[in-house]
Design a protein around this ligand. Structure first.
Ligand SMILES: *Cc1c(COP(=O)(O)O)cnc(C)c1O
Length: 474
């Protein structure tokens, strides 16, 4: 497909000199002397160009998207409609008394999320999961500074999401990594070995990124609290436990949620998102400002949080994401628990069906996702997980997350989510069985995949090391 520059044919969409009636008032030095070199096409040509371009993209509306840990699920279209309502699109600097509806929505969303997480106080400000992690770690840091304790280190299991160590480091902590045990869970002995007065917190994901529930979480919480340390819960993928249990019951002190995953906002490509952070009572005085409160019959912004870490984002965060999340929660009601059930059921169904064809490193019941590998195919047929992922694209399926978590060789991390039906899951199983067969019988086809996508096999090393992103022109 040609670029829009190559398609340029000299036609005019709009004549700017005619529509801007008088530019005489501009001083001469501000007037452009040369042609800008923008492509020139009619409006219709431009529309067709960008429609064609967007049709080349893969998206959840086109096919199955089991990208592990990313929760690529159906996001109800009514959310988009609601978030675009005129009353929700007001200037963030408007006075509180003219923004009562927006403030009420945020207040009620806070209340709902506190019930879902079991926590005592919450901020809606951070604009992504990783941003929530950093906010949470800053809260933990400020807490220890305030109570006068020098704690400089954070423990992170080796199965953690990559953002965890990055966020803790950004907040000024050093990272202590601990290994997982044979069941893919935190090794309690390894944890005890690294404990001392320097440890501020542990950052955990439960279920962890292997999709496995940390059965010893209560013991871990007891050990950490006895050491005077805190527990951080990465709740990006909350559809694994929502309605069944919560981080408070497991003994955590801070949690972030990805509203753009569990609570239905289309995401990917860097946003927009909302990584809200909830805390237990003893940390509530450190939350970012402003908070949204309800007082004397009015909703209002409150800047009076005692030891606040300050603001982490302008105004309230990504407001339109909050609208979508609140709409989703109201729509689902008690069925939020059903979403968890289906997410876990779908993942276990796929895992059980696929384990005959692919290596399953941890043969345990999983939560919302699971990890299989291409190790067998690599050993027997010289085909890598990357080749298998490319072959899936020929089956109109987005590949799962690959080569993550890092502790599993040739990993494929699969998350079907709650919104797929059995037919879609069975179609995916058949694609995966066909690929496993073709690895043996038609190895060359798998090695040279994909064959049906707009862009065929690319040189990934050159693309990553020497990206060339400039249009050079004719
Ligand atoms: C997605 C995810 C994150 C990061 O969220 P972003 O919004 O992409 O910053 C962190 N932890 C886990 C477990 C995740 O799945």
């Amino acid at each position: 497909m040609n670029t829009i520059f190559e398609k340029s044919n000299g036609s005019d969409g709009i004549n700017l000199t005619e529509s801007v009636s008088d530019i005489d008032f501009l001083p001469d030095y501000l007037l452009r002397k040369n042609n800008v070199g923008l492509p020139q096409l009619s409006e219709l040509d431009v529309m067709r160009h960008y429609k064609e371009l967007s049709d080349l993209n893969f998206c959840i509306e086109k096919g199955f998207y089991p990208l592990g840990s990313c929760t690529m699920k159906y996001n109800p279209k009514v959310n988009e409609f609601l978030s675009s309502l005129e009353g929700f699109n007001i200037h963030p600097n408007i006075d509180d008394d003219k923004a009562q509806g927006c403030l009420e929505l945020m207040y009620k969303l806070k209340t709902a999320l506190l019930e879902i997480t079991g926590m005592d106080a919450i901020t809606l400000q951070p604009s992504a999961g990783a941003h929530g992690e950093m906010t949470g770690m800053m809260i933990i840091k400020r807490y220890f500074e305030t109570v006068g304790e020098q704690r400089t280190k954070v423990i992170i299991p080796d199965s953690a999401h990559g953002t965890n160590p990055a966020s803790a480091k950004m907040a000024g902590f050093d990272i202590v990594e601990i290994k997982s045990n044979k069941k893919g869970q935190v090794d309690i002995n390894a944890l005890k070995e690294v404990l001392n007065d320097d440890i501020a917190a542990i950052m955990m994901t439960n279920p962890n990124t292997l999709g496995i529930f940390e059965e010893q979480v209560e013991e871990i919480s007891e050990i950490m609290h006895k050491n005077g340390s805190l527990l951080y819960y990465d709740g990006a993928n909350f559809n694994a436990i929502m309605g069944y249990t919560n981080p408070k019951l497991m003994g955590f002190d801070v949690v972030h949620l990805n509203l753009h995953k569990t609570f239905s906002t289309p995401h990917g490509g860097g946003g927009p998102g909302a990584g809200v952070v909830a805390v237990v009572d003893k940390l509530k005085d450190y939350l970012p400002v402003p908070d949204i409160i309800y007082q004397n019959g009015n909703y209002k912004k409150d800047y009076s949080i005692k030891n606040t870490i300050g603001s982490v984002k302008d105004f309230y965060g990504n407001f339109s994401i909050l609208v979508r999340a609140y709409a989703y929660i109201l729509m689902m009601g008690k069925n939020l628990k059903k979403a968890t059930e289906n997410a876990v059921l779908n993942a276990n169904y796929l895992k059980e069906k696929l384990k005959k064809y692919y290596n399953l490193p941890y043969d345990e019941p999983c939560m919302h996702e699971f990890v299989i590998t291409g190790e067998k195919q690599k050993e027997e047929n010289g085909v890598s997980t990357l080749n298998i992922a490319k072959a899936m694209m020929d089956g109109n399926t987005h590949p799962p997350t690959v080569y993550f978590p890092l502790i599993v060789h040739e990993a494929m991390m699969i998350e079907p989510t709650e919104s797929e039906n059995k037919q879609t899951l069975d179609d995916f199983i058949n694609i995966m069985i066909r690929i496993a067969d073709e690895c043996k019988l038609d190895t060359e086809k798998i090695l040279s995949a994909p064959h049906t996508t707009p862009v065929k096999k690319i040189d990934e090393v050159t693309a990553a090391r020497h990206p060339d992103l400039n249009y050079k022109g004719n």
